[in-house]
Design a binder for this molecule. Structure first.
Ligand code: FES
Ligand SMILES: [Fe+2]
Length: 446
């Protein structure tokens, strides 16, 4: 059917017999002690996304990433590399930088004015001779962290000696080498404060079983029939669901209602009326769409298709990176979702939504999934309260909005004495897998 080979690290994401069966109890979502254990044994070991490479093109450009009570600066060096430092002054501990910005001369501390170079070394201070222990200029350095890049993102780890990023992410860098991820432009971005535990999003993005109920607009567009999907999980804790972007055969729109698949076929010069019936249109139309994209991408300016294979041109690998990042790969869009815990309250998190689109030659506007047509240029990320949905009207009724509407009531359920463990379908195996990998960290097995 396609030219896709299973990566050798792939485990069947629909086979729960590979799991221990650890219970997914409510306290994991509500207990401050559990959140503390996550910080001590997991968040301080894994890799975090500080931000996007596109935001720090020049030497002196830097990202600030606040996480729990910690804050990290990732700054572009003169030689083009990126280094990460704790955002804390080596004099008496003041936070150095509030927001991502540009500081070609380095970071001037707002307290006593010490100036730290972008290489982390102290390069100026008042009264340098007043230090009986010696002038620290040129000697003291900010505390440094390990930093690396992949997929157009800047990553860092709080661990002393982290596993190398590509090993940590395996096999995702292999799986997604055909997508020019670092060319994607962020056309819409929000950071949303949400009243739920951060794990809601990873649970939620690890299964598509909720899609028919929660997202009724999706089945005519991405096939939700359980046997059409490929469920994969990988030893490092990541996983994905690959679904064909064609109508599910069991979901029909009422006769006469405009069908989103017809619209997509027409975009690629295929007449939806040329098929004898709905099944043929869904199945043969999907194959014809692959062929049309392969024939027409260059003349249409879809340069990001250049290396994509048959599956990537028309399918949707929805990918969870342990523990808190989800990347949704679509032929023309790349969507980044992430939740991060509130520093003190396990009932709260922030939800990052970055809608990115690949540039198409000759187009200055792109169609973005969930935010509609957007100018093809880097957008500012806004911070909002979800506020029961009222805080994010631009995405009212969209997939991620529907998920967030469920998130806060899910959190209420986690507090109930009536909830003891999940009772999972095979297609939800990755939900428990996620919790078992988390337990591996908390219990010292990773
Ligand atoms: S704390 Fe930064 S200069 Fe004093
Ligand atoms: Fe969802």
């Amino acid at each position: 059917m396609t030219n896709i080979l299973r990566h050798p690290l792939t485990l069947d994401g629909r086979d729960a017999t590979q799991l221990r069966g650890d219970p997914i109890t409510g306290d994991r979502y509500t207990s401050p002690a559990f959140a503390k254990a996550e910080w001590d044994h997991m968040w301080t070991k894994i890799w975090h996304v500080a931000g996007r490479l596109a935001d720090i093109p020049e030497s002196g450009d830097y990202l600030v990433h606040d996480f729990m009570h910690e804050s990290v600066i990732c700054v572009r060096q003169d030689d083009g590399s990126i280094r990460a430092f704790y955002n804390v002054c080596g004099h008496r501990g003041q936070r150095l930088a509030a927001n991502s910005a540009f500081a070609p001369d380095g970071f001037r501390c707002p307290y006593h004015g010490w100036l730290w170079g972008i290489d982390g070394i102290l390069k100026d201070l008042q009264d340098p001779e007043d230090f009986p222990q010696g002038n620290p200029c040129g000697k003291l350095s900010l505390a440094e962290l390990t930093c690396d890049t992949w997929g157009g993102f800047v990553w860092y780890s709080l661990a002393e000696k982290p596993q190398p990023l590509r090993e940590y992410l395996a096999p995702l860098p292999d799986l997604y080498s055909n997508y020019p991820m670092d060319t994607a432009v962020l056309v819409f971005g929000l950071k949303i404060r949400l009243n739920t535990n951060w794990k809601f999003a990873t649970d939620n993005f690890s299964e598509s079983y909720h899609t028919r109920t929660a997202h009724p607009q999706v089945p005519p567009w991405i096939d939700q029939d359980v046997d059409s999907a490929r469920h994969e999980m990988y030893p490092q804790g990541h996983g994905r669901t690959v679904q064909p972007m064609r109508p599910s055969l069991t979901d029909r729109l009422p006769d006469g209602e405009p069908h989103p698949f017809d619209y997509i076929l027409r975009q690629w010069n295929i007449d939806p009326e040329s098929y004898s019936d709905f099944e043929t249109k869904a199945m043969q139309g999907w194959l014809d769409l692959k062929a049309a994209k392969k024939r027409l991408w260059r003349e249409r300016g879809f340069v990001h298709y250049e290396r994509m294979n048959d599956e990537e041109l028309t399918d949707s690998p929805h990918t969870v990176i342990f523990p808190n990042v989800t990347l949704s790969y679509l032929p023309d869009n790349l969507i980044f979702f992430r939740t991060e815990p509130h520093p003190d309250d396990p009932n709260k998190c922030t939800f990052d939504l970055w809608l990115m689109a690949y540039p198409v030659e000759g187009m200055d506007e792109v169609e973005s999934i969930m935010a509609g047509p957007r100018p093809l240029r880097e957008a500012e990320i806004e911070v909002r309260d979800f506020d029961g949905g009222a805080g994010v009207p631009e995405i009212d009724g969209q997939i991620v909005y529907q998920d967030m509407m469920l998130a806060e009531n899910q959190q209420r359920g986690m507090h109930s004495r009536g909830y003891r463990d999940s009772y999972l379908a095979a297609q939800e195996t990755r939900v428990r897998f996620f919790h078992e990998v988390l337990n591996d960290y908390l219990e010292g097995r990773r």
